[in-house]
Design a protein around this ligand. Structure first.
Ligand code: 8YV
Length: 346
């Protein structure tokens, strides 16, 4: 007896022309409007699903999986996958995948844009100008910090961290320091022009510190009041990874009290809510989680997620060989294949 076509839940509107590729093999239930799904709604949507294409907004853990007996694969459209409980997915025998590589350079661009905007007070200057406060040019208007030739610190040295290091070293003549769970091989360090230092030295020596590490309970509030106190008062902090890495109230306090010069944030602890303490500050540049938001990159992410989902379900050209598994289980369906080992690195 021919097995029925797998049912797929697509949690948000993505790119229809790419998502439609699933329809060649599967029955697709695609959400047509941007939706905040309550956990019960995610569970209900997964109840009949064999596979799911989801974004960082949909959390899938033990409770949702307990109600999803048919689920075999979850493709996350994003490199970070802290919305997925990997242990629970493994326990349930569900494969999960992410979308690394295709967003590396675009996200590094945004990291650098935030760094420059914060250090050179770009958005603050623009607001001041638009408010009609530029009455006379003055030598001391909007003095900021230099980016070229300064010391760039990178916390988390995966793919995006390395892309930022290359920009800093080769493009801006910066001294680049990094800290990571493990040190990079020497030839890689040399290639990106970065030197390994301990966490405390990174905090103390960086003129500009960029956070690019994965979020987990171990990295929760890694930048807290004590860490901020170890940074230079002239320094800039940039977060393009996950909001929970930073104690936002401590950050707002440091920025308000002149203990940190400026910050650039693309991610927030309670996004899409942004704390009023941050909104009130002039020396923080705020963007709405747009790290990977170029049209070409967002399309490449969705394409990769669709390819991963089909492959994980044992369908399509790469049946059984999804390129980016993040669970121990790498493939489901008739054919099983070895994918790349999950590293959890961004
Ligand atoms: C995505 C991101 O836009 O890839 C990530 O980890 O944070 C962003 O690039 C987001 O995950 C969409 O789901």
């Amino acid at each position: 007896m021919a097995s029925p076509r797998p049912r797929i839940w697509v949690s948000q509107p993505l790119f229809d022309d790419i998502v439609d590729q699933l329809a060649a093999h599967c029955d697709v239930d695609a959400v047509r409007e941007v939706t905040v799904h309550a956990p019960e709604a995610v569970a209900a949507a997964l109840r009949e699903a064999d596979g799911a294409l989801v974004t960082l907004n949909e959390r899938i853990g033990a409770a949702e999986l307990a109600q999803a007996p048919k689920l075999r694969a979850v493709a996350n459209v994003g490199v970070g996958y802290n919305n997925l409980d990997i242990a629970a997915l493994d326990a349930a025998g569900v494969i999960a995948t992410n979308t690394p590589d295709v967003l590396t350079e675009t996200t590094a661009d945004l990291g650098f844009a935030l760094l420059m905007a914060a250090a050179r007070r770009i958005t603050e200057s623009e607001r001041w100008l638009r408010e009609g406060r530029w009455r006379q040019w003055s030598f001391s208007t909007m003095l900021g910090a230099d980016v070229h030739g300064s010391t760039l610190g990178i916390l988390g040295m995966g793919r995006i961290g390395q892309a930022i290091a290359r920009r800093g070293h080769h493009g801006f003549g910066m001294e680049v320091l990094y800290h990571n769970r493990s040190r990079l091989p020497e030839d890689v360090e040399r290639g990106v022009g970065a030197s390994y230092v301990e966490f405390d030295a990174l905090l103390a020596r960086s003129d500009h510190l960029v956070l690019v590490l994965p979020y987990s309970k171990d990295s929760h509030h890694i930048i807290d009041a004590a860490a901020l106190a170890r940074m230079k008062p002239t320094a800039t902090l940039v977060n393009i990874a996950r909001g929970g890495l930073v104690d936002e109230l401590a950050l707002a306090d440091a920025l308000a009290g002149g203990r940190l010069a400026a910050a650039g944030l693309d991610v927030y602890e309670g996004e899409p809510e942004v704390r009023p303490e941050l909104l009130a500050l002039r020396n923080v540049v705020l963007t709405p989680h747009i790290g990977s938001a170029s049209l070409a990159t967002r399309r490449a992410m969705v394409q990769l997620a669709v390819d991963n989902l089909l492959a994980a379900l044992g369908l399509g050209d790469n049946a059984g060989r999804p390129a980016n598994p993040v669970t121990a289980k790498k493939a489901t369906g008739a054919i099983t294949g070895a994918g790349k080992a999950a590293t959890g690195k961004r």
